[in-house]
Design a protein around this ligand. Structure first.
Ligand code: FAD
Length: 341
């Protein structure tokens, strides 16, 4: 089934809660219906302005969207194959990511429990390579199923081909505008492999007295709820900015000036280090401050919030001011993680 709605309000389709509209929203619930619709109208639609919208939790609309938003409402999780060690599960692109995590934890499958409570669709989990608490989606993505928009054929891209990096994937670069993700296959394990070395996770899990995927999920949900704003109450898109990955010498020079600046090693890049944008924004005094109806969250400086009725351009203005001040003080360019439309 494909459902088309003209002049639709986007308020419920973006976690910033920006009240704007799109010329047309096209929702599809199966790969067959998507391909059929693309065959009949795709050529015309794809020659104009269009974008793919998941749950809108990493998207900021700066004004009415003058084009077509293609949105998956496909749902479903199934087991594709399994052995004594692993299970491959397949989830439809429109399925809620956190429901996939919960389902896996309930089956005592290990691998994605640390990615609990991230608001995402399955499709975007691969585009964004979502990450938290020392785990990234790439660690478990076996393959991604797509529709190729030039030929309208169905294809599969292996995890290794996805060029995953920190909030990066091939879908943001070479394949941007060339495919629609229809499902993702994840490889999970029956073998316990808790990863607790991040923040206060170890202590929070210890309080629960058991070491299961469900216990880790519970601990992570508790920690996240304590420090991140709930988009249903305060519009936001999680971390607004990325943490820059810089040459080691540049970071070491910054550490001389700012000894308490947190730095992190980057897997596979020994000559680089990641620095914390939230720390820089906090040290500029922005935490809890506002500029009009947009603000910086009072518990996490990396998160920009809609304080009520903000338009997307107000959030962008705040973000630009913060970027400028970070550059002036630290000499570092920061860039948004959020997709600005
Ligand atoms: C409170 C909060 C906490 C968050 N915490 C985290 C966190 O811990 N870690 C983290 O990584 N992120 C976090 N985020 C950001 C967000 O959850 C992720 O970026 C998530 O993947 C966005 O999913 P979405 O479906 O809403 O994507 P959208 O914002 O709708 O889309 C994101 C991108 O994916 C593309 N896309 C979506 N579906 C498809 C598809 N089927 N085919 C091709 N392209 C597609 C879109 O075009 C867009 O470029 C948080 C956000 C919020 C609001």
């Amino acid at each position: 089934m494909v459902r088309k709605t003209e002049n639709i309000s986007l308020k419920g389709y973006n976690s910033f809660g920006v009240d704007t509209s799109a010329d047309l929203l096209v929702e599809w619930d199966s790969v067959e219906s998507l391909v059929e619709w693309l065959r009949s109208e795709g050529k015309e639609i794809l020659s104009g302005r269009w974008d793919i919208l998941g749950g809108g939790c990493n998207t900021l609309f700066t004004g009415p969207y003058r084009g077509v938003l293609i949105h998956s409402i496909s749902n479903g999780i199934s087991i594709v194959s399994q052995s004594n060690d692993y299970v491959i599960i397949r989830a439809e692109a429109g399925h809620l990511w956190d429901d996939v995590v919960e389902w896996c934890c309930q089956q005592e499958l290990w691998g994605i429990e640390n990615l609990s409570a991230i608001p995402s669709s399955v499709g975007a989990s691969a585009v964004q390579n979502i990450g938290a608490y020392g785990v990234e989606a790439k660690d478990c993505i076996e393959s991604v199923e797509v529709v190729w928009l030039d030929t309208l054929t169905i294809g599969t891209i292996s995890g290794a081909e996805c060029a995953f990096g920190y909030r990066e994937s091939i879908f943001k670069h070479e394949l941007a505008g060339k495919v629609i993700i229809t499902a993702v296959n994840y490889r999970l394990s029956h073998t316990p492999a808790p990863k607790l070395g991040y923040g206060s996770l170890q202590e929070e899990v210890a309080k629960l007295g058991e070491m299961t995927p469900l216990a880790i999920r519970k601990a992570i949900t508790t920690i996240r709820n304590g420090k991140l704003p709930d988009p249903a109450i305060t519009g936001n898109a999680g971390s607004f900015f990325k943490n820059p990955i810089l040459p080691r010498e540049q970071v070491e020079a910054l550490k001389v000036l700012y000894p308490t600046m947190p730095t992190y090693v980057v897997e596979g890049q020994p000559d680089k280090l990641k620095i914390a944008t939230g720390w820089m924004i906090d040290s500029l005094g922005w935490k809890g401050r506002a500029m009009g109806r947009a603000g910086v969250h009072d518990k996490q400086a990396l998160v920009l919030v809609n304080l009520g009725g903000a338009e997307g351009c107000e959030v962008v203005a705040l973000a630009e001011r913060i970027c400028k001040e970070v550059k002036e003080k630290f000499g570092v360019d920061i860039s948004p993680e959020v997709n600005i439309l």
